[in-house]
Design a protein. Structure first.
Length: 282
């Protein structure tokens, strides 16, 4: 199989244990990535190529210290608050034990595969607990949760019967929690989304704040609102109003991104159908 990654020339020094390492980066071009459909969770699927096989960009996004397994986005890796370094170091064995419980043979000194890619995103989710509000950690944890789930979906496709589908659903429920909280924090002023310059959630496009609101809604419909019928209906009503207001449904939407607008319309209709509302525009 042809080469799809390379070791970056830039050296990274772990702020927790001082280990120096190089990131594994995905080579671009050459037909390595053949874009497929966009899912309703804003996840870009890729088709395997005859030359390179399956390529998953999400596998290489997280920056992980291969020694202590501290992880974050590349941008934030060296910005871990000084007063958190001791706590991250003290929790090393705990996070390694948690990861190995799910992925027993992970080794971040080796080139990544889907398993270590999923483990790396889980470590990002876990390690953002140590970042303050100015880093927009909540939405970054939501993104990491979704990315973990998507890679677990791929593992299930390759290895059915290993309960990866159950784990994927669990992480999507975690993502729903974080996205819901991120929107709440943004609207209350407790934690801005501004430090997350690229809100993804995947690597192919930044859907911005509108994407965050849409994901909060679609994840809530698919994986949240598990209480009483009354609670779920109230939550769906609130989500429907937010989606209608943000995307101008029933009005001119020329300035909205096309694929996201279509998905938002689909979500809006799905909520109306569940609430047994007529199809006429409000």
């Amino acid at each position: 199989m042809e080469k799809i990654t390379f070791q970056s020339k830039e050296e990274y020094a772990c702020p927790v244990c001082d280990t120096v390492f190089h990131r594994e980066e995905l080579l671009s071009g050459g037909g390595r990535l053949i874009a497929g459909q966009l899912t309703d969770e804003l996840h870009r699927l890729y088709q395997p190529s005859a030359k390179y096989g399956d390529v998953y960009p999400l596998v290489y996004q997280a920056t992980v210290c291969p020694n202590c397994w501290f992880a974050s986005t590349e941008k934030d890796f060296n910005l871990l608050p000084k007063n958190a370094c001791f706590d991250v170091g003290e929790a090393e064995e705990d996070r390694k034990e948690e990861v190995r419980f799910i992925f027993p043979d992970v080794n971040f000194y080796e080139n990544r595969d889907i398993v270590s890619g999923a483990a790396s995103q889980y470590l990002v989710l876990r390690c953002y607990d140590y970042y303050g509000a100015k880093f927009s950690p909540t939405v970054k944890q939501g993104i990491a949760s979704l990315r973990t789930a998507w890679l677990l979906d791929e593992l299930h496709r390759k290895q059915p019967g290993e309960n990866y589908d159950w784990l994927a659903t669990l992480f999507k429920k975690k993502a729903q929690f974080f996205y819901d909280r991120a929107v709440e924090y943004e609207q209350s002023g407790k934690e801005s989304l501004s430090a997350a310059q690229n809100l993804g959630p995947d690597t192919d496009k930044n859907y911005g704040y509108e994407g965050v609101l849409y994901l909060s809604g679609i994840l809530k419909v698919k994986y949240g609102c598990a209480g009483s019928i009354e609670q779920r209906n109230a939550s769906l009503e609130s989500t429907k109003r937010t989606i209608a207001k943000m995307f101008g449904l029933g009005k001119s939407s020329k300035n909205k991104p096309g694929p996201l607008l279509e998905l938002a319309k689909g979500l809006y209709d799905k909520i109306k159908h569940e609430l047994n509302e007529p199809d006429a525009d409000e």
